[in-house]
Design a binder for this molecule. Structure first.
Ligand SMILES: Cc1ncc(COP(=O)(O)O)c(C=O)c1O
Length: 302
């Protein structure tokens, strides 16, 4: 990682620095994105996945925080392409745009505070194991309610909850945490949306259950419906459904499609990657690696 977009231009990475008084650092007033770029060794091509969709979510969520920046959606996409061309990566990459309250001032009000955006990109392989099922646990930490802090935005401050949940899960010997809503319904993973399969019907929590409105979630629902011709139902999911369902998988930019083999010591299905998850995973990885012409529109060439 040699460069970052910072202060309105691409600069050497070491120059992308903020003051300790920065509003976002003190109060968690940043909104970030996570975007993947996939390198196809056969074609020697790096492609960014859902570039525009991620920046669109970032800009639309920024309204909640009274944020305003000079860069437009198109410019943010172009800057990311330019940054990646300069970095010249020939491996999979994770791109992190961070829009934040940049004023150095004590006081929490969001008004009269300046905003800035930085973008950087670092190499990244699998975030969770995608080759075999992972072991997860229901966390003792709950998902934040939308009225306590925006759950549908990737707000830096509200990631304290997922950070506590993930840490607890790892320290207790699991790969990932699943969090419940305050009402006790299954919400999502610490950094992934969740799907379960029961009798060949796929269920996922709806947007009013305090989930992050995942970019991958939307694409996965389309693949399940259009390619696998399955019914996808968005409805609240009970905790005990996790223990009796046929398949569970987690989706996200980082997680991609990750199968769950075990929840709280209960084996899911027969403990290996289930048939629907396996088919979906193949479809997803073919599309993101640029091996399915039908889904070229998901990708931006670098
Ligand atoms: C809490 C949370 N839920 C879900 C997701 C999946 O969202 P997306 O598919 O947009 O990456 C993420 C990852 O970014 C996340 O952090």
């Amino acid at each position: 990682m040699q460069y970052a977009y910072f202060g309105g231009k691409i600069v050497p990475f070491e120059q992308a620095k903020v003051s300790v008084m920065t509003h976002a650092l003190n109060y968690g007033t940043g909104i970030f994105e996570g975007i993947r770029a996939y390198y196809n060794p056969a074609t020697k091509q790096l492609n960014v996945l859902f570039l525009k969709e991620h920046f669109r979510r970032l800009l639309s969520n920024s309204k909640m925080m009274f944020m305003k920046i000079d860069e437009t959606l198109e410019q943010l996409c172009d800057i990311t392409v330019e940054l990646l061309r300069k970095e010249n990566y020939s491996e999979d990459v994770y791109i992190r745009p961070l829009l934040y309250k940049s004023t150095s001032k004590i006081g929490i009000s969001l008004k009269g505070v300046e905003d800035a955006i930085t973008i950087f990109a670092a190499p990244m392989g699998d975030y969770l194991d995608t080759t075999k099922g992972i072991r997860v646990t229901v966390s003792s930490w709950r998902r934040i309610e939308d009225n306590a802090g925006p759950a549908r935005a990737k707000m830096t401050g509200t990631y304290v909850g997922p950070a506590l949940a993930k840490t607890e899960a790892i320290m207790n010997g699991y790969d990932e945490a699943l969090v419940l809503t305050e009402a006790g319904h299954v919400c999502e993973g610490s950094a992934e949306n969740l799907f379960i399969v029961r009798d060949k019907v796929v269920y996922t929590p709806p947007v009013y259950e305090n989930i992050l409105e995942g970019v991958t979630r939307k694409a996965i629902i389309a693949l399940l419906q259009d390619e696998l011709k399955l019914t996808v139902v968005e409805r609240p999911i009970d905790r005990t459904e996790l223990y009796i369902c046929d398949e569970i998988f987690l989706t996200g930019t980082g997680a991609q499609v990750s199968s769950v083999a075990e929840v709280d010591h209960r084996v899911v299905g027969n403990g290996s990657i289930g048939p629907i998850t396996a088919q979906l995973s193949k479809l997803y990885f073919d599309a993101v690696r640029g091996n399915n012409p039908k889904y070229q529109a998901w990708l931006t060439r670098i």
